[in-house]
Design a protein around this ligand. Sequence first.
Ligand code: GLU
Length: 498
Amino acid sequence: MSVRVRFAPSPTGPLHIGGVRTALFNYLFAKKHGGTFYLRIEDTDQTRFVPGAEAYIFEALEWLGIAPEETVGKNEKFGPYRQSERKAMYQQYADQLINSGWAYYAFDTAESLDAMRKEAEANGKTFIYNHSVREQLDNSLTVSREKVAERIANGEHYVIRFKTPVNEILELKDIIRGDIKFDTNLLDDKVLFKSDGMPTYHLANIVDDHLMETSHVIRGEEWLPSMPLHVLLYKAFGWNAPEFAHLPLILKPIGNGKLSKRDGDKMGFPVFPLEWKTEEGTSSGYRENGFFPEAVINFLALLGWNDGTEKEIFSLEELVEKFDLNRIHKAGAKFDPEKNKWFNHQYLQKQSDASLAESFKTILDKKGISTSLDLTKIVGMIKERAHFVNEFWDLADYFFEAPTSYDEKAAKNWKEETPGLMQQVISELNKIEDFKSVNIETLLKEWMTTNEIGMGKVMQPLRLSLVGALKGPHLFDIIEMIGKAETVKRIEKAIASL
Ligand code: GLU
């Protein structure tokens, strides 16, 4: 059987990073086995529909380089790929289950169910619509066939519920979790279909996974409790079930529980691939925060998986080659925002200086700074200190603008003899014809040695004069870059103001 896997998001908002990891693992598994990765939009719950969410999902996967091969508007071999457009088809499957005795009509109103729920609660119990009560409730198990037909014909609201078998221990197999047993007596009779003609998630999901020839269901752990129902549904239809793999949760950086949007807001890191704007506010995205898609892919791949070695940096191609569902951990994976930044730093170093210079140029343009300096060279000098391109300005502003203030702590090293020394530096610099870093370094060092001047006495104040603080790359490279005239001007200004 060929591998066909799917990502099946519900368009209820921006795609959480956990959803992106699910998509990624499906993608990797498909590519690894020469199979197909498709995407199905699960939008049967119209009350939770959010405009823009679907487009967001496609854009995010596209940006990350893991777009599906089949989906809405793309190779619709098993289409439509949007469940709302498959609506007409589900009824027959619900009917099939009714006819085979695997499902039944239930007319209980929301109010009566609510009353029973409250009554149970008052007695310290939980109300479950299942084998223990279904023979006493308002459904086709207790009402005659004729009466049921009549009530439906009269337009009474109903749902179709799954008739969960009694007294069975299901022995299920999950690729990640191994063998799992479920007692069917503990399951409720889930709603599969509603009289508005819409299937629920469970029915639509199983029917579509079957019709779209899904070989493996790889999804988040939160769906594990649905697995027994899903396996029973396959059995009820007489279909072969796909294999299942439930991915471990992504956990908060600190404390317990699932990573949430609030953790991101609190600690200042994104949990969404792209920015998402609503009337309530904006949720930040990896893309807008300056993450490289390759870095995002890399750190997500390592949330719950590794290749068995210490290796951390993987290209998408390497991930495809190494990926193995059997190497996914059962335990939840802690989300580490610092590590994410570290990955981005690594990928930033891999970019060519020329392409980084282009991104930097865009930032400078926005600031209204035009320059004739060699940006490629500047980027090469500062990038090892950066996690993001958007840090370049803070790391390199002094190349373009003379300091307007001086770091107070560093200024304490500006001693009485410093102005005199700086004057001498100026005269030394003026001697240099070929104003290159090595020449400047050789000359100034010679001058210091000959005159027995301590390095620190010159180098620190000089850096302070040019940069405004004791930061930045090799000082002589900075001097070469800004040029003789600008260097002299800055030293004179420092002498005047410090
Ligand atoms: N529509 C479900 C979701 O939003 C899909 C779950 C599954 O993969 O079966 O996650």
